[in-house]
Design a protein around this ligand. Structure first.
Ligand SMILES: [Zn+2]
Length: 257
């Protein structure tokens, strides 16, 4: 599935510094002293990229032209699978909330690229072991069901580190607002016994964030909510069997070479 057009239509201005302060602090703390050059892969609208450029030689990479229009550093229009830069050309390869958006094939290629480009370090931020299907919606036009966040991957610390066997884990931290995990088995039951319109309650998502673009047919729509007893029941069951945890997982890796 290629979500390219979804990211062109995405409202990049909704991503603002105030939502990221906690993460920015950790990123600043994690970047080792010997780092001079940074490439930010999947830099989006460049909130972090632009900030890093005050102290480092920074290049932002994104596949969305619209997102890159907000980036004030050097920038490259490219997906993460094949980036036109030389091997070992940046001290630190950075990627924030990008890997979870890739399908399996793209993920493998992106990780290979990160290793190829990095001279020494890789710094990654991803959602902390989330179940992205928890926020599933159905497109009213083509009936496709997808995660509202467009997340296709879920990472826990061990899974993430295993993708980089040639690297050692230097530091990691979880941070951000605490979000409840949704147990896959309970979610499966909820989706089986309730209609899609009752899957995401109003209070889970701020009202002005209810617009979305279907990744299959590119239909732009506002998703609705209708109360359903079974859906509410499974949400309550899930509260009993799952805990809340900080939303971000931030990991610093160093090449073993
Ligand atoms: Zn659709």
């Amino acid at each position: 599935m290629d979500n390219k057009n979804v990211y062109e239509k995405f409202d990049w201005e909704q991503l603002q510094t105030k939502n990221l302060l906690n993460k920015i602090e950790i990123i600043n703390e994690f970047i080792p002293d010997d780092v001079k050059s940074i490439i930010d892969i999947g830099c989006g609208n460049g909130i972090i990229t632009n900030m890093l450029s005050a102290k480092y030689d920074v290049t932002g990479v994104d596949r969305s032209e619209k997102a890159l229009s907000f980036v004030t550093t050097k920038k490259i229009l490219s997906d993460a699978e094949q980036i036109p830069v030389k091997d070992n050309s940046y001290d630190l390869v950075f990627s924030s909330e990008m890997l979870e958006h890739l399908d399996d094939d793209s993920l493998n290629l992106a990780i290979r690229e990160m290793k190829r480009i990095s001279k020494k370090y890789i710094l990654i931020s991803v959602p902390n072991g989330e179940n992205p299907m928890k926020n599933s919606i159905q497109c009213p036009k083509c009936k496709h069901i997808y995660a509202r966040s467009y997340h296709l991957q879920s990472f826990k610390l061990n899974k993430l580190v295993k993708l980089f066997p040639e690297y050692k884990l230097l530091k990691y931290k979880t941070s951000g607002i605490k979000v409840r995990y949704y147990r896959p088995f309970i979610l499966k039951l909820k989706y089986k016994f309730s209609p899609p319109i009752s899957w995401i309650p109003y209070y889970w998502i701020h009202r002005n964030q209810r617009n979305t673009v279907c990744p299959r047919c590119e239909n732009e729509f506002i998703f609705q909510y209708k109360f359903n007893l079974a859906a509410t029941f499974f949400n309550l069951v899930n509260i009993v069997f799952s805990s809340k945890k900080p939303y971000w997982l931030i990991v610093l890796l160093e090449n073993n070479k």
